[in-house]
Design a protein around this ligand. Structure first.
Ligand SMILES: C[S@@+](CC[C@H](N)C(=O)[O-])C[C@H]1O[C@@H](n2cnc3c(N)ncnc32)[C@H](O)[C@@H]1O
Length: 289
């Protein structure tokens, strides 16, 4: 219901006809004005505009309690494990590694951005290092505490993964083609359309093959589920932060179509695929043609 795909596509076409800018903020404003002007509102528009928020999650507030931030990120890890999200990410990344190995006869260079606890990178390494695939993996985040903990874990596990500080908004300061695949999980909705556009363009520039982003699915059932799981965690820990961030996250998630439109504006010469994945996920893949 919240996907409103045709409406977004129509707005995109009108916007591109009237504007020579490639500006996601302008596009989103244009869409919101078009929506206000609709005479007969579809229930989907009503619910979607009611839910949409630009509020900030507590984990994105720089001086918010670091231990609590860490607990929220570790809560995500539990959810990712239970719902098979890491497995899904591995299924999406493995064929790209294979292609690089075959075509270029060398290990694929992978970069995770917004790696948080680093658990996705560890899961990917554990699973794929037992296969014939060859790769070098770097994790990255903006929060030093997460990086220190992930690097400690990497040393304990004797794993070759290193975690380095990279600001996802500054990717374009890295050399072109420094990596083959740049990927991120559950982070896209933390960024505004303009910031996301910067991340997509930067990732596209520094990757030789693709950028892959996976996040939660924008929909009412997923939002309800997030409220329930966040609420339960808040009840058990007597801390409202979990409910707060689950509720805000669920409202900020992008639909596949929104991600696709941001990519079309930010990486016009790419091949973009955006679609929903089970369970409760949405992905965007921006590939070099
Ligand atoms: C919701 S967490 C996701 C963590 C992890 N990917 C997962 O699935 O558990 C979002 C992550 O994005 C990171 N982040 C936020 N802004 C960032 C930026 N500008 N550059 C890099 N990472 C950033 C946060 O520190 C946090 O670790």
């Amino acid at each position: 219901m919240l996907q409103l795909t045709k409406f977004y596509e129509k707005c995109y076409e009108e916007y591109r006809l009237k504007s020579s800018n490639f500006c996601p903020v302008e596009l989103f404003q244009f869409i919101s004005e078009k929506r206000k002007a609709l005479k007969k509102k579809h229930i989907g528009h009503f619910v979607d505009s009611l839910l949409w928020t630009e509020k900030t999650e507590l984990i994105d507030i720089p001086d918010f309690d670091e231990n609590l931030k860490r607990e929220i990120v570790l809560g995500l890890h539990m959810k990712n494990t239970v719902f098979g999200t890491y497995k899904k990410m591995i299924e999406l990344v493995a064929p790209m590694i294979e292609e690089i190995n075959m075509k270029e006869n060398r290990p694929a260079r992978l970069l995770e951005i917004g790696s948080g606890s680093g658990k996705l990178s560890f899961a990917l390494y554990n699973e794929l290092s037992r296969s014939h695939l060859q790769f070098e993996l770097t994790g990255s985040d903006i929060v030093q505490k997460y990086l220190d903990e992930a690097n400690n874990e990497s040393r304990r596990k004797n794993s070759p993964i290193t975690f380095v500080k990279i600001d996802a908004f500054q990717l374009d300061s890295l050399p072109e083609n420094s990596f083959d695949v740049v990927f991120c999980l559950h982070s896209l909705h933390h960024f505004s359309p303009q910031q996301l556009s910067r991340i997509m363009a930067g990732s596209f520039k520094i990757s030789s093959k693709a950028f892959l982003g996976v996040d939660g699915y924008r929909g009412l059932f997923n939002l309800l589920f997030m409220i329930l799981s966040g609420g339960l965690k808040s009840l058990l820990s007597l801390n409202y932060a979990f409910l707060h961030d689950s509720f805000i996250s669920g409202r900020k998630l992008y639909s596949a179509k929104q991600l696709e439109l941001i990519s079309r504006l930010s990486c016009p010469f790419s091949l973009t695929t955006a679609r929903n994945l089970r369970p409760g996920l949405t992905m965007i893949k921006i590939e070099h043609k």
